[in-house]
Design a protein around this ligand. Structure first.
Ligand code: AP5
Length: 215
């Protein structure tokens, strides 16, 4: 089964994708994570990507489609969770063509609906384990022991450079201008389901499972 988690920054895409990986052995393909890896490589391309991401703008379709194409070619089985991709209609068309080439299709698109006001609090309180990638929040999902990852025990906690109010406003602008048209696009294709992303994390997971069971 191949699925897309669609929603604005902070909707909980990464949080739910990690749960699906654990529960179903699916493969999470997060273009945000791939781009953060590229920026930390220190190459010219990585430096350009870093500037764009820190501003809250979208990286070019060409770069992200290239990254996804490379990953799809190298991974097998389990089904893919596209997290943060596609973000434009051009990316959606490219994804369909890439899956088609592999003899696969998209089974479900889950829109995570949230209130914009909740996103500021979510984004500014987020931190992630630098070792295993588990996502936390200062108030909404703290670690059991301060500064120590519940999953792997690492104390290497990271905050993202674009997790500030100014970048978030621009990320939201990009979402509404370029990504939200995908909601209508996938509705028309008959693959769209909606879940309430404002519910508790476990309740959102239940709603995602229910949506996938119907797909
Ligand atoms: P990306 O890394 O994809 O970021 P994003 O879409 O802005 O999404 P986030 O990772 O911020 O949020 P999320 O929905 O995963 O929320 P999370 O689960 O962490 O992209 C970053 C940048 O890369 C873009 O701005 C762009 O520049 C570039 N980029 C990436 N993909 C691209 C593409 N395809 N094309 C072009 N450019 C691209 O949750 C957030 C917080 O809330 C956490 O602290 C979590 O613990 C908490 N939380 C989650 N769910 C709940 C809940 N139900 N209740 C309470 N708290 C919750």
């Amino acid at each position: 089964m191949n699925i897309i988690l669609l929603g604005p920054p902070g909707a909980g895409k990464g949080t739910q994708a990690r749960k699906l990986v654990d529960e179903r052995g699916m493969i999470q393909l997060s273009t945000g994570d791939m781009l953060r890896e590229a920026r930390s490589s220190g190459t010219e391309m990585g430096k350009r990507v870093a500037e764009v991401m820190d501003r809250g703008d979208l990286v070019t379709d060409e770069i992200v489609i290239g990254l996804i194409e490379e990953k799809l070619a190298g991974e097998q089985g389990g089904g893919f969770i596209f997290d943060g991709f596609p973000r434009t209609l051009a990316q959606a068309d490219a994804l369909e063509a890439l899956l088609d080439k592999l003899g696969q299709k998209l089974d479900a698109v889950i829109e995570m609906r949230v209130d914009d006001e909740a996103l500021v609090a979510r984004i500014t309180g987020r931190f992630t384990c630098g070792n295993c990638g588990e996502v936390y929040h200062d108030a909404l999902k703290p670690t059991a022991e301060p500064g120590k990852c519940d999953v792997c025990g690492s104390t290497d906690m990271k905050r993202r450079a674009d997790d500030n109010e100014e970048s978030l406003r621009q990320r939201l602008m990009e979402y509404y201008k370029k990504t939200s048209p995908l909601i209508g696009y996938y509705y028309a294709k008959g693959t769209l389901s909606r879940v309430d992303g404002l519910a508790e994390i476990d309740e959102v997971s239940d709603a995602v499972r229910a949506a996938l069971a119907k797909a």
